[in-house]
Design a binder for this molecule. Structure first.
Ligand SMILES: C[S@@+](CC[C@H](N)C(=O)[O-])C[C@H]1O[C@@H](n2cnc3c(N)ncnc32)[C@H](O)[C@@H]1O
Length: 348
């Protein structure tokens, strides 16, 4: 069985580790591509795939091949694609709607739309030749997504196993915080920070509670706290935790992150998504917040504890981390909300 997954760009390695640990097999990916290729010697159930916490979508690979950069290179692949997709009528039928969605990385003369159009035409042709009827295209709410990934000279085509919704939509988000973090990134931050059962895990600026909720979904037996200075967000976070079934395992409270050490100490992991300057307005107030937040976090952490943050203010964090007593032990770029923030791990 061969699968492809889409993931949030920047966390391919975390997702690859989770896929290998949960499902076995071999994985291949390149950094920031947002895709993972997975080969198994056996079949896995979609329930097992649904349990993964770091992926957006999973696709059953129907065909993979090589592609050139020119327009005619795409057209030359017609017969190979028809042969590769000869069983597509088991998934796309005259009674299901479908859409082709293409992601392209690298330099090519053709666009993603050219690829989607060609593959869409071929899918219609194959289904009609096998069943006598054409399937219906529905770009907004298709029953089946045919996904094409073109990365430089490689092309992969698969059908979706995870439905039309990305799995980063967990279903527990009743309260939608205006700057909510993707749960897949929250999972990645917790993994990078190295959280374990029994640990004290705190998000002092938790908004709608994404990080504490994901922590509670991974760790049955950790001590998890979520604070925010805005009572409306804390009310929302409690509603989300209730919907996620972890209400009793997370303590939520209204508190100022710059005074975190006054409510808690001996913390193993502070994992947080503080406001970004871009969205905050005045640069001097965001700097003041970051300074005080780092100082309070240092005091609240145990020796060797981690402060793991996602931020666009990484240059400023570089500047102040050492002064606050921290050592930066990990740093990576991820893609989130049309921005390229960094996940940074600071060790006490
Ligand atoms: C980017 S949002 C966090 C979003 C959250 N990760 C989620 O998924 O919903 C940043 C949060 O920090 C909170 N905040 C800002 N300054 C704070 C402070 N001094 N103390 C506590 N919370 C603060 C804001 O109210 C906001 O909810």
């Amino acid at each position: 069985m061969e699968l492809i997954y889409t993931v949030n760009p920047g966390i391919e390695d975390i997702a690859a580790e989770e896929i290998k640990a949960e499902l076995g097999g071999n994985v291949e990916y390149s950094r920031l591509s947002g895709h993972i290729y997975h080969k198994l010697e056996y079949n896995v159930s979609w329930e097992a795939i649904y349990r993964l916490r770091s992926i957006n979508r999973a696709f059953l690979l129907m065909w993979k091949g090589l592609i050139g950069k020119k327009h005619e290179d795409l057209l030359k692949l017609k017969n190979e694609i028809i042969e590769g997709l000869k069983d597509i009528h088991y998934y796309v039928t005259p009674y299901t709607t479908f859409a082709v969605d293409t992601e392209r990385v690298g330099e090519h003369e053709f666009t993603s739309i050219d690829v989607s159009r060609l593959v869409g035409e071929l899918v219609i042709r194959i289904v009609e030749s096998k069943t006598g009827r054409k399937p219906v295209v529905n770009l907004r709410t298709p029953n089946v997504i045919v996904h094409v990934f073109v990365k430089d000279n490689k092309i992969y085509i698969g059908v979706s196993l995870t439905g039309p919704w990305s799995m980063h939509r967990r279903g527990y988000r009743i309260y939608d915080h205006p700057a909510a973090l993707k749960p897949t990134l929250a999972y990645a931050m917790l993994t990078i920070s190295g959280t374990r059962d029994k640990d004290i895990i705190v998000d002092p600026m938790c908004g709608g509670g994404t990080i504490p909720i994901e922590a509670a979904l991974i760790h049955e037996d950790a001590h998890i706290f979520g604070y925010d200075q805005n009572p409306r967000h804390i009310r929302g976070a409690k509603m989300n935790a209730y919907a996620a079934g972890v209400y009793k395992r997370v303590f939520f409270g209204v508190w100022d992150a710059t005074r975190l050490n006054e409510v808690i100490d001996n913390v193993d992991h502070i994992v947080s998504n503080p406001p970004y300057g871009i969205r905050y307005g005045d640069p001097s107030s965001i700097r003041k917040l970051y300074n005080k937040f780092l100082e309070a976090s240092y005091k609240a952490l145990r020796e060797g504890g981690h402060l793991t943050i996602i931020t666009t203010e990484y240059n400023y964090v570089y500047k102040i981390a050492k002064r606050a007593g921290f050592k930066i032990i990990h740093e990576r770029v991820v893609y989130h909300g049309s921005l390229y923030p960094r996940i940074m791990v600071l060790e006490k």
